[in-house]
Design a binder for this molecule. Sequence first.
Ligand SMILES: C[S@@+](CC[C@H](N)C(=O)[O-])C[C@H]1O[C@@H](n2cnc3c(N)ncnc32)[C@H](O)[C@@H]1O
Length: 292
Amino acid sequence: MTEEPSETDPQAAIDSVAGNRDDRVYEYSAGDEQEGIPFVGAGPGNPRLLTVAGRELLADADLVVHAGSLVNSELLEEYCEDAETVSSIGKDLEELIPLMRDAYEDGDTVVRLHSGDPAIYGAALEQMDALEHEGVPTYIVPGVTSAFAASATMRTQLTLNEVANHVAFTRPQGKTLDEDEDHISEFVGMGDVTTCIYLGTHAVSETMDRLLEDGHDPETPVAAIYHASWPDEDVIEGTIATIGEKLEDAGYRASAMVVIGDAVGGEDYERSFLYGDWANRGSSDETQEADD
Ligand SMILES: C[S@@+](CC[C@H](N)C(=O)[O-])C[C@H]1O[C@@H](n2cnc3c(N)ncnc32)[C@H](O)[C@@H]1O
């Protein structure tokens, strides 16, 4: 008698992971080919910003389940014209998991395509755990996250010597994040952090108002990069005091990366140690690290 496939139970899948470190962690590296369904980062939009590994996997795919509007349709047309493509928008895990599981078990090559990098606000792990729980192996193929596309567009670095020593990837309070979990003001208050706000385009004015209420310098630079790397990319630059109105005038309510901090301007930084005298001090461990 063949066993009926179990009903998808995402919470049971998450609970089953506890305390069980997966041996594959030590067997494979990022970029290795593995058995199962790859969770591929599509990059920020421009098809050329997909990794080579991602492109190869898409070329072989029979079914591509993609993240809807933030995965550029050009990329789907260019790299997976032979595959069935399904948007994950509006589908819950109870629908998505059986869709991918059944196709995989029928012998199809399945790719799950996330925007940017799956590790950033992608909710990839809960899908992977649910699939694994039902006997389908999975793995991650990284991609270029939108903050990196935004910094490239802005021709700057997110870390910049003597300007920004740290980067925060964050999101603002809202329906799914409580007020006390919103740390944007704390990151901005640290002074040497570049704060990259995902999922916050619709709430830029409110976010900036909170920063002003908290006493942050109204002149702090802020850039909002709409659709970074897409043909309709738009760069809106301002300050904590001005960016909200500018973005409202432009009419963008979604799909922008909001970057706060002095690194936005790419100026007033100090020459780094890396290509100075310090670089010739010998090959200490510290020097090796600095090469990265
Ligand atoms: C659900 S998150 C997914 C992030 C994605 N995993 C990544 O690594 O970029 C969606 C948010 O990412 C940002 N985003 C994604 N693609 C973008 C792009 N091409 N340009 C600007 N922001 C983008 C926006 O802030 C958007 O609200």
